[in-house]
Design a protein around this ligand. Structure first.
Ligand code: BTN
Length: 246
């Protein structure tokens, strides 16, 4: 996939650029990386802070032959792959918060947005958007993000990150885990996710369209839903929403 990369200076969002390429038939692995995004998007309609030259802002076209029901598994796969790449290249002890936020020192260092496009009711392509806050310093963050976000550089006590090396590792790990998933299914990904997650065995609150609930995370189910045990011991599976570690 590394040879299918387009490097751009400034875009509104790499998601939109990758989508445009996918619509015109670009093959799997086609990737857009930008130095800066002026209107980047996060999950649940949020904005994503992407200042020039400070991070890795990238979107990859995927064309998996999968039933629609299985796309949450891809979201989790992307979290595992990027987390591994970060740990290996930077030494930062990143962990995964469901579904695929990456945290270090209790704050967010990376967000992943997986968007699916359908044709005739079937999965047509997916765009995996990855935002890694690599080299931002404390001063780069606006006030509302200072408490909740951090960068790899900050977590390394100011030592900057080699972004090219990290991008290469992200491709390596993504391709490796994607191939593993296509050959062996979700089981190995699920086990890796559970071992790298900061949410398993933790008391959490879930905010979803159905309201707020609390429970202890038990793990993942076979489709990639989060298994949550409430105070009466009942286990339910959750597939959307936002969690808060309590
Ligand atoms: C989130 O945590 O809410 C997901 C953030 C995803 C951000 C990335 S940066 C590259 C790509 N382009 C976007 O507009 N969003 C994703």
């Amino acid at each position: 996939w590394l040879d299918r990369v387009q490097l751009l200076e400034s875009v509104v969002s790499t998601q939109e650029e990758a989508k445009r390429l996918a619509e015109s038939g670009a093959p799997e692995g086609t990737t857009v990386i930008a130095e800066e995004q002026t209107g980047a998007r996060g999950r649940m309609g949020r904005k994503w802070f992407s200042p020039r030259g400070k991070g890795i802002w990238m979107s990859i076209v995927l064309r998996p032959k999968l039933p629609l029901l299985q796309t949450p598994q891809l979201t989790l796969l992307a979290g595992v792959a990027v987390c591994k790449a970060i740990r290996r290249v930077t030494g930062v002890d990143a962990g995964i918060k469901w579904p695929n936020d990456l945290l270090a020192g209790g704050r967010k260092i990376c967000g992943i947005l997986l968007e699916s496009s359908l044709r005739e009711g079937k999965l047509h392509y997916c765009i995996a958007g990855i935002g890694i806050s690599a080299n931002l310093t404390e001063d780069d963050y606006p006030d509302h993000l200072k408490e909740v976000a951090t960068s790899l550089r900050i977590q390394r006590g100011g030592v900057p990150i080699d972004r090219s090396e990290l991008v290469r590792a992200v491709f390596d790990e993504l391709e490796m885990h994607y191939n593993l998933y296509m050959k062996q299914g979700f089981k190995p990904i699920k086990e890796l996710w559970e071992s790298m997650s900061v949410t398993v065995d933790r008391q959490i609150a879930l905010n979803s369209p159905q309201g707020r609930s609390e429970g202890v995370v038990v793990g993942l189910d076979d489709l990639g839903g989060l298994l949550l045990k409430n105070s009466s011991g009942e286990i339910s599976s959750v597939c959307s929403g936002e969690i808060e570690l309590l």
